[in-house]
Design a protein around this ligand. Sequence first.
Ligand code: ADP
Length: 245
Amino acid sequence: MIKVENLSKKFNDNEVLKSISLQIQRGEVVSIIGPSGSGKTTLLRCLNLLETPSAGSLQINQVHVAFTGKAPSKKQKTDIRQYSGMVFQHFHLFPHKTVIENIIEAPLIAQKRDKREVIAEAEALLAKVGLLAHKDQYPEQLSGGQKQRAAIARILALKPDLLLFDEPTSALDPELVGEVLTVIQELAREGQTMVIVTHEMDFARDVSDRVIFIDGGHIVEQGKPEDIFTRPTEVRTQQFLQKVL
Ligand code: ADP
């Protein structure tokens, strides 16, 4: 479903992703782990063209984009983003809209879908993430965990083939992390294709089909969670896991 080939990303002279190649199958849950500053978020953002890769190519479904250093066209961004949705560390909800208004905004305005149908779907999604009773509240009235669950429902309303999570729990108080992880786990059970940048190692181990360890802009090692977490073969992976486990 996703094919990344020799993807590099430079910020000025700083090459933060170095010829990354990667394929992800439909229904796969892939976690990206690694030290701070290793390029995890940049890689995730490149998959959604929130960053412009400096070289290499990206294919999602039938859409293929080759990078030459130039910014992708608006059409290329739209074509790639029709398949993917990103959940951010800091939620990015519209502060002046209620929870349900946040969720129906894009299906109504961008996708121009029928209002009654969109509202019914939004209510079903809110029930799924446990927020139906909060549908008319504003983001500032919600806890961090509730905001993140609303942000997930908002992305799900667009029915993306691919969900990208950028450290979805790292802005949350520890007692609120579990409620967000439970929602992501449920999506994994339903077969949603997901790429998750996370510092939650227990979660990565539980939810993922594959774990990718990145360091210094390289994929150092990848494999099944039990292999990466219990018998990593690379020294850098071993050293990282010793620090964080
Ligand atoms: P991680 O997610 O693994 O912590 P990032 O992808 O956020 O790492 O960052 C990788 C490197 O790229 C870091 O050295 C960071 O300072 C740099 N970087 C990230 N975003 C930018 C940016 N917009 N401009 C310049 N440098 C950036």
